[in-house]
Design a protein around this ligand. Structure first.
Ligand code: SER
Length: 305
């Protein structure tokens, strides 16, 4: 998932987030994702520790793919060619560092759960795109008209699949450079990616899609990484032994969308922690933006700790 610039967090409810009526709670959202992929032959894998073991891993687990490093590098065979997990992640310092934007963004957290599906030399771009679309518009019932996709500037294939396989109109497929090339860290597995964004609506910012529009308006909800390269210490790119899929969808980011809330901080877990911070600090959430930023930071950091 890519960072957004600093912006104020609007306290505005989303309108008509879903085309069906029943919102999901946190546990239902997590299990609906995992069940969806288990039903499509993915092995259910538990979240690994926030402190990874592999020598190439970052200090803290920053993505669902970290526990699969030995498989991506070809050091170990996969227990199954497909896997799914809900991975606890921490993004503080390192290549993926969200700590400075937390509190000023409606969607960034230092600690979060990343929902993922993985293919180890099994399916590739076409299936990853179709699965993501089917889950979002079918299982979750999100309105497909609000979804946008970005692909790497060089990736005609992924752009074609979005248009031909799921019928996303060409004007809602945008191309980006380094934002659509995901890397675990300074070295390690990486590859071109395709990100899926949800349009919260014009009250949240300028139109123009994720490449040009308001960063609080277009929320990145899922990153599909076509994990085929290894970034070397000399900066060069090598091929991984196989072409893999590594996807990451932010559980806490999708939750406000399916619940019609404006921000991750308005969903149950974070809002409860903000409530505790309000009591301790003697201030009320929603009255002054700078106090709200502080309360959100306390809630996020307390949860991460
Ligand atoms: N590794 C990718 C990310 O963190 C997809 O999970 O965005």
């Amino acid at each position: 998932m890519a960072p957004h610039a600093r912006v104020g967090v609007a306290q505005v409810r989303l309108s008509s987030p879903m085309s069906n009526s029943q919102p999901f709670d946190t546990d239902e959202l997590r299990s609906s994702f995992l069940d969806f992929f288990v039903a499509r032959d993915h092995r259910l894998v538990s979240s690994s520790s926030l402190v990874p073991e592999h020598p190439a891993a970052p200090l803290f687990t920053n993505a669902g793919m970290v526990q699969f490093l030995p498989v991506f590098f070809g050091e170990e065979p996969p227990a199954s060619p497909r896997a799914t997990s809900s991975q606890k992640c921490l993004r503080v310092r390192g290549k993926h560092d969200d700590i400075e934007i937390v509190g000023r963004s409606s969607s960034h957290l230092t600690f979060f759960e990343m929902l993922g599906n993985f293919s180890f030399g099994d399916y590739f771009k076409a299936e990853a795109i179709q699965y993501a679309w089917e889950f979002l518009t079918g299982t979750l019932g999100l309105d497909g008209e609000r979804l946008w996709a970005t692909v790497h500037t060089s990736d005609d294939e992924a752009a074609g699949f979005w248009q031909e396989l799921v019928g996303l109109p060409g004007e809602r497929i945008q191309r980006m450079g380094e934002d659509n090339f995901w890397e675990m860290g300074a070295t390690g597995p990486c590859g071109p990616s395709s990100e899926i964004f949800y349009d919260k609506g014009p009250e949240h910012g300028e139109g123009g899609g994720p490449a040009a529009g308001g960063e609080e308006r277009y929320v990145e909800i899922w990153n599909l990484v076509f994990m085929q390269n290894n970034r070397l210490e000399n900066g060069g790119l090598a091929e991984l032994p196989k072409r893999n899929i590594d996807t990451g969808a932010g559980l806490e980011r999708i939750l406000p969308i399916v619940q019609g809330k404006a921000s991750v901080f308005d969903t149950d877990v974070l809002r409860r922690l903000i409530g505790s911070a309000e009591e301790l600090a003697g201030c009320v959430y929603g009255r002054a933006e700078e106090d709200d930023v502080s309360l959100r930071i306390v809630a996020d950091h307390a949860r991460a700790v």
